[in-house]
Design a binder for this molecule. Structure first.
Ligand code: AMP
Length: 417
């Protein structure tokens, strides 16, 4: 027996209500703030992610699905949405539009991670990206969108965590301080952090290891080492968050896993223990468009995982609206009635009424069972008598009330016509 590859899963019909509800809400919020949908290919040139996400990141080093196609092109399955959106922004000349350009996506992403609860190799994300403006009010807007989304879903006990990690002007000096601090305590660092100290010192701050966390708690804070421009941006960001009434908390250990972030970083976390508690996050990436060959273009974005949102909804027993199913099942008795049933089903569907045809050759009892398990409101029953009379029996499933109706009456009841 074949199984879905490790870290992937089928989204069965009963799960679709969650997915559609979340994606619809994501699109509703996007419309509310003027963000337009973009879809990018599921694979891109590998180079885009090397440059865009960063060669030193876990994602690029350990997690990308990279392959060569038959033409010898090196391609990578999209591990995240931001770099492709920026590539599309440049490719389609969006820098010539009025800025900022506001886009959103809903897509599947691929990362070769160790599968566990809330962490998969194929997962869905949606994200909002605002490109072409450095205004801290825009940072506050994107954070507000993210917050509003989760609040509108009914997810409770949320924490909004923010930090500012500076820019290429001030970060090198800060990193020197950070390195000096960690070099002193380097004997107690975990092995991963010993490498990070050399290659990616910012990531020392979000190591989950107990002793590393202790060191991080008293480490130098990036927001205390910002250049005047970044400091002003950070002060204004906090002001606008307050103006919007967003209850933010500052955490100097929040740095996020992707290389491209500058200044603002943020995460939204529900109140549960565990490494997979973050349900969404984002930040500014003012250097990314330039890194991809464009002119310097400030930008920021947010992304969240749809499976993790669904898990939170389930954990809180939050119901999602069911998907509309069929309204009526057409049952029949005998060969002549079968033909009439096929015809009626066709007519009902043509006029927009979702109709199911009873599966062939079964007793009436079995057909009514089929109607019950399909959850239809009505069953139409056609037998020889009905054919002769030119009518049908209409049964209301919850009350088991049954009456003879003409085709015209049937239409009035089922279609409100
Ligand atoms: P990131 O793109 O790593 O910043 O992740 C943003 C959000 O995407 C996270 O907060 C999760 O909700 C979700 N996410 C990231 N990686 C995975 C994964 N491997 N499986 C499921 N969801 C994920």
């Amino acid at each position: 027996m074949y199984q879905a590859p490790r870290g992937t899963s089928d989204i069965l019909p009963e799960e679709q209500a969650y997915r559609l509800y979340i994606e619809q809400k994501a699109a509703d919020i996007a419309r509310l703030y003027g963000y337009k949908r973009i879809d990018t290919p599921v694979f891109e040139d590998t180079e885009l992610f090397l440059r865009g996400v960063g060669e030193a990141t876990d994602i690029v080093q350990k997690e990308v699905y990279t392959f060569e196609d038959r033409g010898g092109n090196k391609l990578t399955l999209r591990p995240e949405g931001t770099a492709p959106v920026c590539r599309a922004y440049l490719e389609h000349g969006m820098q010539n539009l009025s800025q900022p350009v506001k886009l959103f996506y809903i897509e599947a992403n691929y990362r070769y991670e160790r599968p566990q609860a809330g962490r998969y190799r194929e997962f869905r994300q949606f994200g909002y990206e605002a490109i072409g403006d450095s205004d801290p009010a825009l940072d506050a807007e994107v954070i507000d969108m993210a917050w509003r989304f989760f609040v509108s879903m009914g997810i409770n006990n949320l924490h909004l965590i923010i930090n500012s990690i500076g820019c290429p002007n001030c970060r090198p000096q800060y990193l020197e301080k950070l390195k000096a601090y960690y070099t002193q305590g380097s004997q107690t660092l975990c092995n991963d952090c010993k490498t990070r100290l050399e290659k990616n010192p910012l990531r020392l701050l979000d190591c989950k290891n107990e002793t590393c966390r202790l060191l991080a708690s008293t480490a130098p804070r990036s927001y205390e080492h910002l250049c005047p421009e970044c400091a002003e941006h950070y002060v204004n960001l906090k002001k606008f968050l307050s103006v919007l009434g967003l209850p933010y908390e500052v955490d100097h250990c929040l740095v996020r896993g992707l290389d491209y972030y500058t200044r603002t970083v943020f995460e939204i976390q529900p109140e549960i223990e565990g490494a997979q508690s973050t349900i969404g996050g984002g930040g500014r990436y003012d250097g990314l468009i330039e890194e991809l060959g464009g002119k310097p273009t400030p930008a920021l974005g947010f992304a969240t995982g749809i499976e993790r949102i669904a898990a939170n909804l389930k954990r809180q027993n939050l119901p999602v609206p069911g998907l509309p199913g069929a309204v009526v099942l057409v049952a029949y008795l005998g060969e002549a009635a079968r033909e009439a049933a096929v015809k009626l089903c066709g007519e009902l569907r043509k006029s927009g009424c979702a109709a199911l045809q009873a599966s062939g050759g079964k007793s009436l009892k079995a057909q009514l069972r089929q109607a019950n398990s399909a959850g239809v409101r009505y069953t139409v029953i056609i037998g020889d008598d009905e054919i002769k009379a030119g009518t049908v029996q209409l049964r209301e499933m919850t009350t088991s009330e049954q009456k003879n109706v003409t085709p015209q009456e049937l239409k009035e009841i089922l279609l409100g016509k």
